[in-house]
Design a binder for this molecule. Structure first.
Ligand code: HEM
Length: 441
């Protein structure tokens, strides 16, 4: 096991967001490669690394990522560009049929730019206060000021709603893998993942060094982010609960069965009958569970629930699927105002989740999970049935529980894709390689 080179890895790869958090995604379009290189040069000293992870010098950071189209516009050589994974080269919009981004989720309905229409460079800003966030935004704007041919194409603010929950009412951000070499100690139940699953330049679960061809300085300590903007139809979710349970307690249980956790974050696996807020708030207990021994059929945590689909833990042991190859590191954040409690009709406002899924191999990590586990039910013998929250609903719109044995029909598209891209987040050495090796035309 080699220690991770924290001072070369961009902060967001290893650092969770502060609580509460105030973040902004800024999207830039490149029309002038020379300006883009100057922008990069100006940004380089400002990029926050993971080195201050344990003791952050300031509770705010700025990270920079590129779409493949952006790297191409910057002028990376063809032989290097062709070394990126197919999913990144094609861009997420081109992957829409495979990813189930169809109908209302189709790219023509997206409102956040993607590689095909303006997302060349993205700045990811996260901070513990609005003032700190604004300082970082000012740095981003200063870096582009006076540069011709760099267009500020989009801004999306994110932040923890006053409810301290994501918009469907769940506490989020509990479960994530522990990355070998990250420092500290894993929490009970936290799987230990080889660093190469999340950071290029290190050994992955296949025993290979995760990397790309050609200049190793470009890849080392870099990674990929599958960025998704997911609009949430909160009123439709509330109506679904109301129409399918005949008491407030029944609604809470149904919501918990769909998620696999009570809204407090307490896992059903640890407290099947009722919510246990103390358990939810205890990091030594709230993620310490498996499925196979106690609950192989999904009587407690339904096989089709969100967390059991997204991370089946040991439930698929003994099958052809190797869970270790499909892990995701999530950085989710909410956008948009809260729909007031009790409101059952949509108010037309845009609210949802921006989910940044970090992975070193987008094909066997994010794209596998989205296409096989969110948008299909074959792996749990549930045919075309999909994830209640993050699955497409044009193939199937039902959800089943075994206790009580019940089939709930008529789930609607509670989450609709409004944007998405595979981005490359280079290490500091990678950013320097670009500056040193790409010559403006
Ligand atoms: C609007 C859509 C979504 C919502 C509201 C949502 C919400 C949640 C919540 C509340 C949790 C439980 C908290 C936790 O374990 O940290 C969770 C876990 C998780 N979600 Fe999602 N999520 C959404 C979409 C997605 C998507 C698209 C993916 C990946 C393709 C995903 C992957 C995961 C994973 C890997 C976990 C951790 C499961 C575990 O380790 O037990 N989620 N999500």
């Amino acid at each position: 096991m080699s220690a991770l080179e924290l001072s070369d890895i961009q902060g967001t790869v290893l650092r969770g967001r502060p609580m509460p958090y105030y973040g902004t995604y800024l999207v830039f379009t490149v029309q002038n490669p020379r300006s883009a290189l100057t922008l990069l040069e100006r940004l380089l000293p400002k990029v926050t690394t993971a080195a201050d992870w344990e003791a952050p010098a300031e509770n705010a950071w700025i990270n920079v990522a590129f779409s493949h189209a952006g790297l191409s516009k910057l002028g990376l050589p063809e032989d290097v560009l062709s070394g990126f994974p197919r999913e990144v080269r094609q861009g997420m919009a081109a992957r829409s049929a495979f990813l189930g981004d169809v109908g209302s989720s189709a790219p023509e309905n997206w409102d956040m730019p993607h590689a095909g229409n303006g997302l060349d460079i993205g700045l990811l800003i996260m901070a513990g206060s609005i003032a700190l966030r604004d300082d970082k935004i000012a740095i981003g704007h200063a870096a582009v000021s006076g540069l011709p041919g760099i267009v500020a194409a989009h801004r999306l603010d994110v932040g923890l709603p006053p409810t301290m929950r994501e918009h469907f009412g769940f506490v989020d951000g509990i479960s994530r893998p522990y990355i070998e070499g990250q420092g500290g100690t894993p929490l009970p139940g936290q799987p230990i993942a080889k660093a190469g699953e999340f950071v290029l330049g290190y050994e992955n679960e296949l025993g290979e060094i995760a990397s790309g061809p050609g200049p190793q300085e470009l890849w080392r300590n870099g990674t990929y982010i599958a960025l998704r903007k997911l609009h949430q139809d909160v009123a439709a979710f509330r109506r679904f609960l109301r129409d399918n349970a005949n008491s407030p307690e029944g609604q809470e249980l149904l919501a918990a069965q769909m998620m696999g956790r009570w809204r407090s974050g307490c896992p059903l696996a640890k407290s099947p009958e009722r919510d246990d807020p103390a358990m939810a708030n205890d990091p030594l207990r709230n993620n310490d569970f498996l499925y196979l021994k106690e609950d192989p059929d999904g009587r407690v945590t339904p096989a089709g629930s969100h967390i059991r689909r997204a991370n089946p833990r040991d439930a698929l042991d003994g099958t052809v699927v190797d869970m270790k190859l499909h892990r995701l590191l999530r950085r989710g954040s909410a956008y948009g105002g809260v729909l007031p409690e009790g409101v059952m009709e949509d108010d037309g406002a845009d609210r949802g989740l921006v989910i940044a899924l970090i992975n070193a191999n987008p094909g066997r990590q994010f794209e596998f999970v989205q296409s096989q586990w969110m948008n299909d039910g074959d792996f749990i013998s549930e045919g075309d049935r999909t994830d209640p929250f993050a699955g497409r609903k044009d193939k199937a719109d039902d959800f089943v529980t075994l206790k009580p044995r019940k089939r709930y029909r008529g789930l609607s598209q509670f989450a609709t894709t409004r944007g998405g891209e595979h981005l490359f987040l280079p290490g500091i050495g990678g950013l320097k390689w670009i500056l040193g090796n790409v010559k403006p035309a």
